[in-house]
Write a protein that binds this ligand. Structure first.
Ligand code: SF4
Ligand code: SF4
Length: 521
């Protein structure tokens, strides 16, 4: 493990006097006053970690803008994920006549879920189970490879908070400007700025809620209905609810959600191992910290000085207010922005980048002792997660590709199980459910095999020229018929004979089969 404690935020709200005039131009001055730390593992540990409170009142965080590789990755993912969320309901997908043409649609009245070419019925909810297994394994795999990739780049809380912080920065200015403004008394200009910010946040939150309901109806029609107040009240209710939650979670609560509300940081902490890469301060390189001036002085006296100049840029850019140099922290969502900040510092002072990097403690310790570093991505757990994803995905794909557009369910009469008639024959009764998933009515021929010479009588259905029962089922409907199977053949005592029920489509193909038993006295 990286050194230090899991203590919470560091240096969240400095006073105006401690804010550098410009983050990078004043590095040298900031670093001159920095404290040289002999060993971060010792110096930053609280006297007794058990003394830390379980909850600390929120201190407002003013994350400073930073540019670099990880910021660019985050921008790209923000545009892609929010673009998909806001605009996907408007994507069309032709499914032929009598079918909705919205690519992704949760159709409650029609009891269907449409996802491009895939159409799921309520009784096929097991696909959701498969999807959840794949999603969980993908999270575990990400965690085993590179820590909280989900939290740092893809989690909705992270993405929307990033968007809200960006809007805030446009209106209130970057960290220093915003801090100074917040320390000034309220004025017309300050109130106007704050009102503009909250208005923009509410607009984003409102559109977030609005986009959500568009997944439950034809989006273009629903937009018009919402605008003309003709949409169902539940749609307005959900928009209001999601507007409030988005505004509260991304605008006000932000990192509190990650630190106190979300269970994933705790789960992933239990799932991780020593080989997983995490955003890590390379204390083997960084310690002992020393300002540029102090480092020069130390070198003159033959003493060592690390690469960290204690400029705190990594802390200022952190959206959760964490000082990564203190070691692993539940508050660190591993967004990589501190890597960008430190790389910029290193470039400015002519030192090698990646003092903060995706790494693990094994490698840091190996470097400390002159050993070899290694990155083991192929491990038992990563292979296991990948295999589960592939197997479950393949099973779901196979089941989807080979599923029938009709389904058959048989329920044997429970009481009585059989009836002996006066002529000695034995009769069993069944409730047969046939589901027709076509958008047109279908005629199914019912066949029962397994009991030679048995009579099959279907109550309430027609018969074709061959005398076989023909059951008509309307489009998108399920029909139940009662089937009586009678045999005059002598049966063994306590007979239990397997029967196969099949329905044939109009083309003579077997649409679905189900098995049950014929029981005797
Ligand atoms: S780790 Fe890098 S950014 Fe952070 S204080 Fe040290 S030199 Fe500055
Ligand atoms: S410590 Fe670094 S990686 Fe962790 S949340 Fe803060 S900026 Fe992101």
């Amino acid at each position: 493990m990286c050194p230090g404690s899991s203590s919470a935020s560091a240096g969240v709200v400095p006073t105006a006097a401690t804010i550098p005039a410009h983050p990078l131009s004043d590095l040298a001055a900031a670093a001159t006053n920095a404290v040289t730390t002999a060993n971060v593992a010792e110096s930053n540990l609280p006297d007794d970690p058990d003394d830390e409170p379980l909850y600390a009142a929120r201190k407002k965080i003013y994350p400073q803008y930073v540019s670099g590789t990880f910021r660019r990755v985050k921008w790209a993912l923000l545009v892609v994920t929010l673009g998909i969320y806001y605009f996907l309901p408007f994507v069309r997908w032709d499914r032929g006549p009598n079918a909705p043409n919205q690519a992704v649609l949760i159709d409650f009245p029609g009891r269907r879920f449409y996802f491009f070419f895939i159409e799921i019925w309520p009784q096929e909810v097991y696909y959701l189970t498969g999807l959840l297994i794949v999603a969980a394994m993908a999270l575990f795999l990400m965690n085993a490879l590179a820590g909280r990739l989900w939290c740092g780049y893809l989690c909705p809380q992270t993405v929307w908070t990033d968007l809200f912080v960006t809007v805030e920065r446009w209106i209130e200015g970057d960290r220093r400007e915003h801090l100074l403004r917040d320390q000034q008394p309220w004025s017309i200009a300050r109130i106007t700025r704050a009102a503009s910010k909250h208005f923009c946040w509410l607009m984003i939150a409102w559109w977030t809620g609005g986009a959500w309901v568009l997944y439950f109806g034809d989006a273009p029609t629903l937009v018009i209905d919402l605008a003309t107040f003709k949409a169902p009240p539940v749609a307005y209710g959900f928009i209001a609810l999601l507007t409030f939650t988005t505004y509260a979670l991304a605008g006000w609560m932000r990192e509190q959600v990650c630190v106190y509300m979300c269970p994933w940081p705790r789960i992933q902490a239990a799932l991780t191992d020593e080989y997983a890469l995490n955003v890590c301060y390379r204390y083997d390189r960084g310690e002992p910290r020393a300002s540029l001036k102090k480092a020069a002085s130390l070198h003159e006296h033959g003493l060592p000085a690390g690469d960290c100049i204690d400029c705190r840029q990594c802390v200022y850019v952190c959206p959760t207010g964490v000082d990564i140099r203190h070691g692993p922290n539940l508050g660190c969502i591993q967004c990589g922005l501190c890597i960008d900040a430190c790389d910029a510092v290193m470039a400015r002072i002519g030192r090698t980048p990646r003092l903060i990097a995706y790494d693990n403690d094994l490698n840091i310790r190996a470097r400390q002792h002159g050993g070899q570093t290694s990155y083991r991505f192929v491990r038992t757990r990563t292979v296991l997660y990948a295999v589960i994803i592939v197997v479950v995905g393949a099973v779901m794909a196979y089941a989807l590709a080979t599923r029938h557009a009709q389904a058959l369910t048989i329920i044997h009469d429970r009481n009585p199980l059989f009836v002996r008639l006066s002529d000695g024959s034995v009769r069993n009764g069944y409730a047969v459910h046939i589901a027709n998933k076509h958008r047109e009515a279908q005629n199914f021929i019912l066949q029962v095999t397994g009991l030679a010479g048995a009579d099959v009588e279907t109550i309430g259905s027609e018969r074709n020229a061959e005398g076989e029962p023909v059951i008509a089922v309307g489009p998108d409907q399920t029909r139940q018929v009662r089937v009586i199977v009678t045999t005059r053949q002598p049966l063994e005592p306590d007979a239990s004979i397997p029967l196969t029920f099949s329905i044939l489509t109009a083309r003579g193909q077997v649409g679905a089969t189900a098995t049950d038993r014929f029981v005797g006295p």
